[in-house]
Design a protein around this ligand. Structure first.
Ligand code: NAD
Length: 289
C-alpha cells in the first residue's frame, strides 16, 4: 500500500480530548455540562450499536446524555410529544433521533419538529438552509463535517481541487458537496442515475463515496494520487465470517491513492466526535457564548 492511511480513530480521539477539555473548563467554572438527548425508537441492531457508542463517547467527554428508548410500535404523535418535551427542556442542549425510524413514522416530520437550535445532527431544513447560505451558525451534519476535518488534517490546498461526491443523500452526499464548495473546490455529484460514473470518478482529486454498496469503487475508478474518503459501512459475509467493509475496494485502491480512509476506523469515529462537537456548539449558542 502506498497511500497515507487517514486514521479517523486517532483524529477523533484528538477532537474528543479538545471537547473534554472545553467541557471541564465550563464545569470548573460552575456551569452545567452540555446535555445531549438521544431518542431510539425500536430495536434495530445497528441503531442500538450506534446509540450505545454515542452515549459512551458523551460520557468520556463529560457531556451529559439522556437516552429515551421507545417501543417499535410508537406512533408518530407519541414521538413528536417526546420531541416537544425535549425542545422545552432548557437543560437539554442537543436532540438526536436515531434513524431509520419504523415505517409508521415520517422521518422528515420528526426532523422538522426538532428545535433547530438543538438540531445537532444538522438535518433540520433551517440548518440545511444555513449550510447552503454558508453561515457559521449552521449545525453541519456530522459525517460530512468529519470528512472535512479529515481533509483539513491532510493540509491540502483545497481551492480548485475537483471533488467528486458519490451519493446524494441529505445526510451525507449533499452536505459533503456543499462543504467542498465552501472550500472553493470544483464539485461534481454523482448518484444512481448518473451516466459514466467511473469516468467522472476518475477525474476526482478527492473522491468521497457514500452509497452503501460494498466495495463498489475499485482502482479503475480512481485517478492515481487521489484522496479517497470512504463513508460506506456495509456488513458482509466472507469466508463464513461477518465483516465491515466500505463502498471502496480498499485492497485495490490503497496502492494508487495518495491518502485513504479505512473501514472501520475512518469516517465512522469522526462522525461521533463531530456529534459531540455540535452538542458543545449548541450549548455555546444557547448560552450566548
Ligand atoms: P442513502 O441510501 O441515503 O443514499 C445513497 C446514495 O447513493 C443515493 O443518493 C443514491 O443515489 C446513491 N447510489 C445508489 N446506488 C448507486 C450507484 N450504483 N452508483 C452511484 N450512486 C449510487 O445512504 P447514506 O445515508 O448517504 O449512506 C451511504 C453509506 O454511508 C451507507 O453505507 C451508510 O451506512 C454509510 N454511512 C456511514 C456513516 C459513518 O459515520 N461512517 C454515516 C452515515 C452513513
Amino acid at each position: 500500500m502506498s497511500a497515507q492511511l487517514i486514521d479517523g480513530k486517532a483524529l477523533s480521539q484528538q477532537l474528543l480530548l479538545q471537547i473534554k477539555q472545553e467541557v471541564s473548563a465550563l464545569t470548573a467554572q460552575g456551569q452545567a455540562a452540555p446535555c445531549l438527548a438521544v431518542v431510539l425508537v425500536g430495536e434495530d441492531p445497528a441503531s442500538q450499536v450506534y446509540v450505545r457508542n454515542k452515549l459512551l463517547q458523551c460520557e468520556a467527554a463529560g457531556i451529559v446524555s439522556i437516552e429515551r428508548k421507545m417501543d417499535a410500535s410508537t406512533s408518530q404523535a407519541e414521538l413528536l410529544q417526546v420531541i416537544d418535551e425535549l425542545n422545552q427542556d432548557a437543560s437539554v442542549h442537543g436532540i438526536l433521533v436515531q434513524l431509520p425510524l419504523p415505517a409508521q413514522i415520517d422521518p422528515q416530520a420528526v426532523i422538522n419538529a426538532i428545535d433547530a437550535s438543538k438540531d445537532v445532527d444538522g438535518f433540520h431544513p433551517h440548518n440545511m438552509g444555513l449550510l447552503l447560505a454558508g453561515s457559521d451558525e449552521a449545525f453541519i451534519p456530522c459525517t460530512p463535517l468529519g470528512c472535512l476535518l479529515m481533509l483539513k488534517h491532510l493540509e491540502l490546498d483545497l481551492a480548485g481541487k475537483h471533488v467528486v461526491v458519490v451519493g446524494r443523500s441529505n445526510i451525507v452526499g449533499k452536505p459533503a458537496a456543499l462543504l467542498a464548495l465552501q472550500q472553493h473546490c470544483t464539485v461534481t455529484m454523482v448518484h444512481s442515475r448518473s451516466n459514466d460514473i467511473e469516468v467522472l470518478c476518475r477525474q476526482a482529486d478527492i473522491l468521497i463515496v457514500a452509497v452503501g454498496r460494498p466495495e463498489m469503487v475499485n482502482a479503475d475508478w480512481v485517478k492515481p494520487g487521489a484522496v479517497v474518503l470512504d463513508v460506506g459501512i456495509n456488513r458482509i459475509e466472507r469466508d463464513g465470517k461477518f465483516k465491515l467493509v466500505g463502498d471502496v475496494d480498499f485492497a485495490s485502491v490503497a496502492p494508487i491513492a495518495s491518502a485513504i480512509t479505512p473501514v472501520p476506523g475512518g469516517v465512522g469515529p469522526m462522525t461521533i466526535a463531530c456529534l459531540l462537537r455540535n452538542t458543545l456548539q449548541a450549548y455555546q449558542q444557547q448560552n450566548g457564548e
